[in-house]
Design a protein around this ligand. Structure first.
Ligand code: PFF
Length: 454
């Protein structure tokens, strides 16, 4: 069915940057700070890091290994590795999750693009008071055309990159965008640290009040670890499918997780130093960065540059994530249905944009349209992030831990990582225990909790 030989990453670093690009996105710079703000700051961050190390990295290794072994999209990979129709369905759920996440994620990504324009034309710098900046955010998000136009613009950017394929599109784009993002964020963090009152922000971020840890915090942290590492829906599996046996999966995974968590922490420092220096509230929720940052940009010397840099960085971060989401859907139609990449990108990119419209309207025209008491945006986010991702992660852990045959799995994961396992033989046993017991049990708890059963 395939018309061309399957593409591969051009270099090791190319894969790490592309996978880190998928992981690092709105989840780190938009979602992580507001969740930390709502869940008590340092205590949440501590649990989140624990989740990344103990569960995130082992599941990431498992997901990439499936893709590298089968060299296919999520559905094709499970078809290649098992006869179980159920698991073919799990692959299918990943493709659907990619489609659905992309549809609402691009709405928020569109806001970042909109704020980039606002920053460039200087209108973001005209708000001295937090309230004014907040009102401006409400005015913008209440405009249906603003939302839909930016959603479409962002999807076009995403389609433009995926259109050019793995090496010339995704890898090249990530190699340019990721280093730029790191430099911009580190610059902003240094500025944040120089503000009067920055130390209160640091205190909030790094000085845990252990009494704040409760089941809600743990569950929010685990959910965030999954979302942030792009786990559970086959994005990392698909990126793994462009790897060769020479690549070291465990070490690459540690790098990806390290970069992902570092960017979240750096973004946290950028935002909370500002929030506390300007006397704002850390727990306002999803609009946090859009409401808080303009105020400081207006006050700081060179604020225009910082505003432009910040929203440019955020747009880049979101773009390398939306690219990975569209790639999952594209790879499925290319591998399984024999479509040409370019056609798949145009057809499904356009469809995602259409499906995104009700999400874009959830902040204005469809604000009061509720299903299960949720707007369309909240519902699609809930179903995909809180249900499909953890479910996918659960079945990936079960597959690699129990069903695939662990003797075989051991050989496969060692390929490219011989030295690591020779030096630290306990790593294999640890990985196995996490996949078999720890990850599935914890994920099930999160899942039951998020649908309100416990
Ligand atoms: N990891 C991305 C972020 O933190 O913004 C979001 C994401 C991308 C989730 C790709 C899932 C995915 F497959």
């Amino acid at each position: 069915m395939q018309n061309n030989p399957r593409e591969q990453w051009g270099s090791k670093i190319g894969f790490i940057l592309a996978a880190a690009g998928s992981a690092i996105g709105l989840g780190n710079i938009w979602r992580f700070p507001y969740l930390a703000g709502q869940n008590g700051g340092a205590a949440f961050i501590f649990v989140y890091i624990l989740c990344v190390i103990s569960i995130g990295i082992p599941v990431l290794i498992a997901e990439i290994l499936i893709g590298r072994t089968a060299q296919k999209n999520p559905v094709g990979s499970f078809k290649a590795l098992t006869n179980s129709k159920f698991y073919h369905g799990i692959g299918g759920m990943g493709v659907v999750a990619g489609f659905v996440i992309l549809s609402f994620y691009s709405v928020v990504a569109g806001w970042t693009l909109g704020y980039l324009f606002e920053a460039v034309n200087g209108s973001l710098l005209s708000y001295d008071l937090a309230e004014e900046a907040s009102n401006h955010f409400s005015v913008l998000t209440h405009d249906p055309l603003w939302n839909i136009g930016l959603l479409a613009a962002f999807m076009l950017l995403t389609m433009g990159i995926v259109y050019f394929g793995v090496q010339k599109g995704i890898e090249l784009g990530s190699k340019i965008m990721m280093p730029l993002l790191f430099v911009l964020l580190i610059g902003l963090m240094i500025f944040g640290l120089t503000l009067d009152g920055a130390s209160k922000g640091l205190d909030y971020l790094f000085n845990p009040d252990w009494s704040k840890i409760n089941s809600d915090v743990i569950l929010a942290a685990l959910g965030q670890a999954f979302f942030s590492m792009s786990l559970g829906m086959g994005a990392m599996l698909t990126y793994g499918s462009y790897l060769t046996k020479k690549d070291n999966i465990p070490v690459s995974s540690i790098w990806i997780a390290f970069l992902d968590a570092s960017v979240a922490i750096i973004a946290g420092i950028c935002i909370f130093t500002v929030v506390f220096a300007t006397g704002q509230n850390p727990d306002v929720g999803p609009s946090l960065i859009f409401r808080t940052l303009p105020v400081v940009f207006a006050k700081m010397p060179g604020g225009w540059y910082f505003a432009v840099f910040f929203f440019f960085a955020l747009t880049l971060a979101a773009l390398t994530s939306t690219v990975s989401l569209l790639e999952v859907v594209t790879a499925y139609f290319v591998d399984e249905k024999g479509w040409k990449r370019k056609n798949a990108v145009i057809v499904f990119g356009s469809l995602v944009t259409l499906v995104g419209i009700p999400s874009a309207l959830s902040f204005n025209a469809l604000e009061n349209f509720r299903i299960f008491n949720k707007t369309f945006f909240d519902l699609t986010e809930f179903i995909s992030s809180n249900l499909m991702l953890p479910l996918g992660g659960f079945f990936i852990a079960i597959f690699v831990g129990w069903l695939w045959g662990f003797e075989k799995v051991k050989q496969l994961v060692k390929e490219g990582a011989e030295k690591l396992f020779d030096k630290f033989p306990w790593v294999m046993g640890y990985w196995k225990i996490i996949l078999r017991y720890v990850a599935p049990i914890l994920i099930i708890i999160v899942l039951l909790y998020s649908i309100g059963i416990i």
